[in-house]
Write a protein of this length. Sequence first.
Length: 648
Amino acid sequence: MAPTALRRPPPETIPDGPGCYLFKDPAGRTLYVGKARSLRKRLANYFQPVEALHPRTQQMLEQACSVEWIVASNEVESLHLEYNLIKANRPRYNVRYRDDKSYPYLAFTVGEEVPRAMVMRGPKRPGTRVFGPYAHAYAIRETFDLLLRTFPIRTCSRGVFERCRRAGRPCLLFDIGKCSGPCVGRVSADDHRGIVEEFMAFMDGGFEPVTRRLELAMSEAAARTEFERAARLRDQLASVRTAIERQAVVSGRDEDLDVIGVVEDDLEAALQVFFVRGGRMVGRKGFVVDKVEDLEPAELIGSFLRDLYMVEDQVPPEILVQVRPAEPAVLGEWLSERRGGRVAVRVPVRGEKRALLETAAANAAEAFAQHKLRRRSDFDARARQLASLQEALCIPEAPLRIECFDISNLGASEAVGSMVVFEDGMPKRSEYRRFRIRTVEGQDDFAMMAEVIRRRFARYLKERAEPAATGGRFAYPPNLVVVDGGAGQLGAALGAMAEVGMTGTAVVGLAKRLEEVYLPGGEAPVRLARGSEALHLLQHVRDEAHRVAVGYHRRLRARRSTASALDAVPGIGRERKRLLLRRFGSVGRILQASEDDLAAIVPRPVAGRIHRYLRGEGAGGSGGPRRPPGARRSTPPAVEPPDRRRGR
């Protein structure tokens, strides 16, 4: 006999079809998620004599008080739905695969002349429209690969695209039918954008127009006895239908809506958003926010809706929430303007939409609990690190703000310094600073360290004395200053701080070779125990300072190595320089070009200026092309390659 706490639903109320089921405890937490070909038959297996069940199943049923289910249209869909539910709810009695990576999106670079599709992670980029996030990269990559045969759009990087355009020959993706060849003009930019828009409409739930178009085209090709084309269309249609089956059904109707669940306490709130398009869940996002102001639930919902749809490209016609937002008329009008049509913000009280909203709220509650657990654990670990470091260095207070300085140089070229900031044991990247060495000649690490320290604390003292006249960028003093190096760097830092009148701050040096800590006035360095939390924190701070310094130094060296004579010409920026180099190939050929040839690429006044400057006539000089300060001589003149950074 089943445990009395768990009531068996009447068999006639359980669907006799595929789907997922969830066992929940009295607190509403999901204990187990399973999938079944027939929900009615599978759930009947749990309500049988206890001795016939597996011990682990007995234990789960003893804690469960209710069972819910979600119907799917086929077994493939129930498989994906089960994975998503386990990922969202983290049931105790399901096997869990921990994953700390960010979720992937399918992104379209709609801001480019020839848009590109790609799978990306991280924050949304300007000029990009994203779909997702998805549970796992393989799920969207497989679907993406299937759909490229139906929507053959560009997926290559800018470098590959430009190389194919210059060569006049498309890449392998064109040959296998997964790109329409916009790089070589096989399809115009406008026609390619039309394919991209149809792809995005499909991802947004517009399945029917695509399937109808393919079915009609296949029938027409077969009627004209174009059997090879009909076979290709058949394969495309099969790919589209397979992709449709992989999206989980959450509504029995073909409708677009967003579902927002929220849970909160006095200090924080967690929100979950389900994006439903065409009755299928196409993405989910979670948010945890600090309640830095006292907000009622209605105000919190209103504020969240505003912030969410400021960044989301699409506003659906219906939004489901748990509490009616504050100022609904104003918010509704703004949302309608954003969408270009009426938007209804509703609080469902019964039925399918209420159940979906409760699922979103349960996800929010679970996410909130997990966030609290992680935050408490992280805070305790950081507190132990700071207390251990305070004790090891014998400083009067815990180093809640640590600043670390490092120098990077090769000889006297492009010498730089870095300052990184850790607050409460965590990096605060908005406070990082980089310095170019100004006053030191030659390779003198001690003098360079002194210059960086002097500039940092002179700026702090100035801002403290004149807070209204400065921007406050250096306004907070550290509890602990760490310099990368030994006794020499430490002495230079102490001298620079004394010179500007900075007192009351602990300063130490951390040498790389033996991880020795040098203290002011100490006869011998202190060696912290290997594996100690204090040493681990110091190493983390030092390595971060080294990373920032080396990265800045490399960037300056790269900029110097690619400098060219064009940099000295007024009115020539990155884009014009790129156009000129693409057309002529090198600065030497630009030098040989006539003013009329240059005017075909850039405006006539700029062409004349280039013509004069490259011949040494721009400022009355002579003797060949001018070079910007610091540019190395080269024969022919240095050429700047196309910028391969993202979005350039």
